[in-house]
Design a protein around this ligand. Structure first.
Ligand code: BYC
Length: 475
């Protein structure tokens, strides 16, 4: 079934009405979800009409419709990508066997853990972003924030469906717990580090949607390879929505850079303090935000050597990015991979069994993809005729997970001591002062077509609408 049934209380393309027990269980979870949205979703936004995209079909052409909706009335639902006829497992010990429609008993605990970890990030990001609507630089940006938020909510639904349908009572308990953990909470935090950090301002939001949503892309691509077909199908459809989130990040940072460059050219100024007097975000501050979000995000790939990763792969639960395009045996026993290690105070390469290094393999794929976008940002600076260039820091910089945890490494990859680290950290990571300055720029712009001084308008609007379209009706 490709078209989504909107007559059901929970829109879906999984024939939910034919499984009354499951339907009742999800209808029981639904009000708890809506309560969570009221409490932890976008602050003060519940009465707004927002120009949102809603999924209406899971076929690639014309899968969504656009229209003004009040966010609490958004039709969150369960949509799986079209099944692939006779789908076979593409990697690991079960390569070539038929994909699983149910969870094999021996993989139950690991699959549940992967699904819960994925599910936990979705509401976490909504919680992290809940205050941003109060300081949006334009209606266009406000609408994009809300679009990202409702879709992260839908991605939570995607994981909760799997938990309810395939994991019995444990799954239902996990689904409840997904609404109980809170980003940044001391006693009951979200599972992964980056999802307990604050997203205090819009530069942080764009960096998050560029870097951290891109972790989402790579993890979802790896899960789309899964032998567990319902997980594969649900993540494939999530990826369709995810592309817009990364666009919001990439174009957002790009517009901040563009505006700064305009002011640098108009005034001939380069000194950050002087540029700040003109109300734009100086490029070194943008670099420090980048360093923070990049390093916190690459931690999300887990330890560089992980027996979990090896088990997930060999048992068919989680593949590699673009598994099907790789020209190896897709089993990887006996294969090796080079990772970094610290020896006598320097970073050196060492070869380890590839199966244990699959977190690092995915991280390296991610690094290539995210660096490409940084080069696109540099084109904006280059076009303005300015010499400054942004770059991603070394992958050992500011790490808290894996073998670099606890090690002090400069952005250019030198292992350093605590004294040198402390002396330089204000130049390397966004400082209190940087954050206070960026915070001072944040003020709400509500008139259609107007943009805050620190960001350039977008070149085109959403869904071919003009940039001065009324994306949000505040009522
Ligand atoms: N923070 O053996 P390891 C997204 C834990 S983002 C805290 O390397 P593994 C989105 C780890 O859990 C995509 N803890 O672990 C983006 C383990 O704990 P236990 C999210 C961490 O399992 C924006 C221990 O350290 N999806 O969708 O190989 C907006 C040992 O580590 C962290 C997924 O992540 C960390 N950063 O790898 C909205 C996919 N890293 O068991 C949404 C599902 C590791 O010893 N998850 N630990 O207590 C996975 O595939 C894996 O769980 C991980 C970890 C790759 C995350």
């Amino acid at each position: 079934m490709s078209t989504i049934d909107y007559t059901d209380k929970i829109p879906n393309n999984v024939n939910l009405s034919e499984d009354r027990t499951l339907q009742r269980a999800l209808e029981h979870w639904q009000p708890n979800y809506l309560n969570w949205w009221q409490d932890m979703g976008p602050d003060g936004s519940h009465g707004f009409d927002v120009y949102l995209r809603t999924a209406t079909s899971t076929t690639p052409d014309g899968w969504a419709q656009f229209g003004h909706v009040k966010m609490p009335d958004y039709r969150w639902g369960i949509f799986l990508a079209q099944p692939e006829a006779d789908r076979r497992i593409g990697f690991g010990d079960h390569r070539g066997e038929a994909a699983w429609q149910d969870v094999p008993g021996e993989h139950r605990a690991n699959l549940r853990r992967i699904i819960v970890t994925q599910g936990d990030t979705e509401p976490a990001s909504v919680e992290q972003q809940r205050h941003l609507g109060k300081t949006a630089p334009s209606q266009y940006d406000l609408r994009n924030l809300f679009q990202v938020n409702v879709e992260e909510g839908r991605h939570l639904w995607a994981m909760v469906y799997l938990l309810h349908k395939h994991f019995g009572r444990d799954g239902r308990e996990e689904a409840e717990a997904l609404l109980e953990r809170r980003s940044g909470d001391q006693d009951n935090p979200r599972i992964l580090g980056a999802f307990n950090e604050e997203t205090p301002d819009w530069l942080a939001f764009y960096m998050f949607t560029y870097f951290t949503d891109r972790d989402g892309k790579f993890q979802l691509c790896a899960l789309a390879e899964s032998a567990f077909d319902p997980l594969s199908r649900t993540t494939r459809f999530m990826l369709t929505e995810e592309a817009h989130h990364m666009f919001v990040g990439e174009s957002g940072v790009s517009r901040v850079i563009q505006r700064t460059c305009e002011v640098m050219k108009q005034t001939g100024l380069e000194d950050p303090a002087e540029l700040r007097r003109h109300g734009v975000i100086d490029l070194p501050t943008i670099q420090r935000y980048l360093n923070f979000h990049y390093s916190v995000t690459i931690d999300l790939f887990g330890a560089d050597q992980s027996s979990n990763a090896a088990i997930f792969y060999s048992s068919g639960l989680k593949g590699r990015y673009e598994e099907g395009k790789r020209a190896d045996d897709h089993v990887l026993k006996g294969a090796h991979y080079k990772i970094l290690d610290v020896r006598d105070g320097v970073l050196v390469e060492k070869e380890v069994p590839m199966l244990n290094a699959l977190n690092e393999v995915l991280r390296d794929d991610y690094i290539r993809d995210s660096s490409a976008g940084v080069n696109r940002w540099n084109k904006v600076i280059e076009k303005a005729g300015l010499p400054f260039r942004l770059s991603v820091p070394h992958k050992a910089f500011n790490r808290h997970i894996g073998s670099f945890a606890g090690l002090r490494v400069s952005p250019d990859g030198r292992v350093i001591g605590e004294i040198e680290w402390q002396a330089n950290v204000p130049q390397w990571l966004a400082s209190e002062e940087d954050r206070a300055y960026v915070a001072s720029l944040m003020g709400r712009v509500v008139e259609p077509g107007r943009y805050a001084n620190w960001i350039a308008p977008p070149p085109i609007g959403i869904n071919k609408q003009p940039v001065d379209f009324e994306y949000v009706r505040f009522n």
